[in-house]
Design a protein around this ligand. Structure first.
Ligand code: ZN
Length: 307
């Protein structure tokens, strides 16, 4: 059953606006994404974790349009892509080599252990792009280095933005086949220009350590509790720190693929290449990697508007 308290991200301020935070948890939107694909469990887990990170990052950046988080690597999972629009539409997909992944798991020391996302991807990059409504691109890239996805993301903030950031991500993997996946996270950043002008530096460090310590007390059980709203979870963590919940964004699945977009892509191929793609029914079948929708085309249809 759909839980109304999930699929959202709340923004908040504490300590007189000295720290800005985001907390998110996803369930129904994630279930839809995972059901579209039927990936191996470990890939779904990495995809879930990346989805939660994408929502936190998208909320940390002010933009109108599309935010894309992309992990790419030379490991058994070669890519994970998550799209989040500023009006709360999400989609996500992964690419992986099933055989390589199965081999890697056979070599694991602990049976049942879920490998950390960076380990599945190997050497590579974490990159995000923002495509705003005016088609302006902004990009950030960092090498995928760290034991966990949190560490990789923190490297970005440290290296590129020099923003003091604390981050924790959670994934709840269902035990049964059709159980509910949940993913979420909490992030806290110190934005110098946001305030705290009257606080001396010594205090800032102290407040920062306290806020980080409190963040780290959050458990998966609390975050994924159906009895608690995000506001209530934040109240538990930061009620003594002048908590101010400023925004609440909701998320749902929506793919942006269309016949027209695929036609545009197919029109980039030569007639010879297109002929090689024909199946026994003289059709070209293209499947959307994000929602698994299949589209069929004929060569005359593709060539039609080319002139
Ligand atoms: Zn699609």
């Amino acid at each position: 059953m759909a839980n109304k308290n999930f699929d959202e991200c709340a923004s908040f301020l504490i300590d007189n606006g000295l720290f800005v935070g985001r907390i998110c948890r996803l369930e129904n939107v994630l279930k839809t994404i995972i059901n579209k694909h039927g990936y191996m469990k470990n890939v779904s887990a990495a995809l879930s974790e990346t989805t939660a990170l994408a929502v936190l990052l998208a909320n940390a950046l002010k933009f109108e349009g599309l935010f894309t988080l992309q992990l790419q690597g030379n490991g058994p999972v070669s890519a994970i892509v998550v799209d989040v629009t500023s009006d709360g539409k999400m989609r996500a997909c992964a690419n992986y080599d099933k055989e390589r992944l199965q081999k890697a798991f056979a070599l694991r020391k602990n049976e049942g252990e879920i490998e950390a996302t960076p380990h599945l991807l190997g050497e590579g990059t974490l990159a995000f792009t923002i495509d705003d409504s005016n088609n302006n691109y902004h990009q950030g890239v960092v090498e995928l280095q760290g034991k966990t996805l949190e560490e990789c993301a923190l490297r970005y903030f440290k290296q590129s933005e020099q923003i003091d950031t604390v981050l924790k991500l959670f994934v709840s993997i269902p035990e049964e086949e059709n159980g509910d996946w949940k993913a979420g996270g909490i992030m806290l950043q110190r934005i110098p220009e946001l305030g705290g002008k009257n606080i001396n530096t010594e205090n800032i460090d102290e407040l920062r350590n306290e806020a980080a310590m409190l963040l780290n007390t959050l458990t998966a059980e609390e975050l994924f509790s159906e009895q608690l709203t995000l506001g209530e979870i934040l109240h538990r963590l930061y009620h003594a720190n002048g908590l101010n919940v400023t925004k609440d964004n909701r998320y749902e699945f929506q793919c942006r693929c269309s016949r027209e977009k695929l036609l545009k892509t197919l029109r980039g191929f030569s007639e010879e290449d297109l002929a090689a793609m024909l199946d026994e029914n003289s059709k070209i079948t293209a499947q959307c990697g994000f929602c698994s929708e299949t589209y069929e085309f004929t060569i005359p249809e593709i060539m039609q508007k080319l002139n």
